[in-house]
Structures are given as C-alpha cells and as structure tokens.
Design a protein around this ligand. Structure first.
Ligand code: ADP
Length: 167
C-alpha cells in the first residue's frame, strides 16, 4: 500500500493543483492532500475553507483524502504513514527550492522520498498568487480555478476591497 502526501497552501486550489492531484492519484494507492496551516502567512482563505474547497473538487476521486497539517512535513508523513511526497514542477525556478526541500526531508526522514510531476503545459503559468492578482483587478479567473471556486474567490476579493474602502 503506497500512501503519498501532496502538500501545499492551496490558497485557493487551482486547475494546476487539481491536475497534479488527478495524475498522482492514479500512481499511488492513497493520496493525502496536506493543506498547510502556516501561522507565518496570512492566507486569503482560512484553513477550513481551503480544506472544504479541496474536498468539494476532489469528491469524485475515491483514493484522495484532504487533511490539514502544521509544522514539519516529515512529522505529518510519520503520523499518516506516508512514504512519498508529491510536488508539481512548473518552471526551472521551482527546481532549486524543490530539490533543497526534497533533500532536507530525506535527511530528516530517510523513508520519505519525493516524486515530481511536471506541470501540464496548459497550466505551467498558473499559481494561486496569479489567480488572486487577476481576481483583484476583476479579471476572469474561470480558466484558472475549478468552477465551484470562482465565486468564493470573487467574494473574498470584494470583501477585501470593502475593508480597504472603510480603512
Ligand atoms: P502555489 O505555488 O500556487 O501557491 P502551493 O504552495 O499550494 O501553490 O503549491 C503546492 C504544490 O503544487 C507545489 O509543488 C507547486 O509546485 C505545485 N503547483 C502549483 N501550481 C501548479 C501548476 N500550475 N502546475 C503544476 N504544479 C503546480
């Protein structure tokens, strides 16, 4: 039984993430999408919102489980019995950091290996940050995120704009 973790912020989940989830789920027995609860960052969506959006968009994939975690990835892997970390690679700029993380994780926990999936060409430009930027300037994000996520992002953006106006 091979259990893998696909960790990330998923703030919000994009079609690029979903593509990696679908492809990784075909290669392992169980895929845990680990949603990082990082107290050092202020995300657009709360941890519960990110978990719930991911549950929604992966509901049809039976071997995918959504969980939140904080702290070290290796500790989460030990807790869940995962032996593989899945990461997506978009551009060469992702590579250096990803290699460093993969090697650090293996140093900390030698049973844990990292599997890289190359982005599908059509999503190679896509990141959660880009989605938020485009949405902030009222651009169309339908080609960037799953349908059920579009409105949630737009609502958050409008709420942020109202807050700024009242400041
Ligand atoms: P982001 O970098 O978009 O803020 P995350 O921290 O949530 O995203 O990323 C989680 C993982 O998903 C990372 O391995 C990242 O490289 C990968 N990923 C993000 N966007 C894409 C994409 N468009 N195609 C392939 N992999 C991606």
């Amino acid at each position: 039984m091979i259990r893998a973790i696909y960790p990330g912020s998923f703030d919000p989940v994009t079609l690029g993430h979903l593509d990696i989830i679908e492809r990784a789920a075909k290669t392992v027995d169980e895929l845990i999408v680990g949603v990082l609860n990082n107290s050092g960052k202020t995300p657009m969506f709360s941890i519960d919102e990110r978990v719930s959006m991911l549950k929604n968009v992966t509901a049809a994939i039976s071997n995918v489980k959504i969980m939140s975690f904080s702290g070290l990835l290796v500790d989460f892997a030990k807790q869940t019995g995962a032996t593989i970390v899945v990461r997506g690679l978009r551009a060469i700029s992702d590579f250096e950091y990803e290699l460093q993380m993969a090697q650090t994780n293996r140093k900390l926990y030698p049973l844990l290996d990292t599997m890289f999936l190359a982005t599908s060409l059509k999503y190679s430009y896509l990141s959660s940050t880009i989605v938020k930027e485009v949405a902030f300037f009222d651009g169309d994000i339908q080609e960037f995120v799953p349908e059920s996520v579009v409105e949630s992002v737009q609502e958050k953006v409008q709420a942020r704009k109202r807050m700024r106006e009242n400041d």
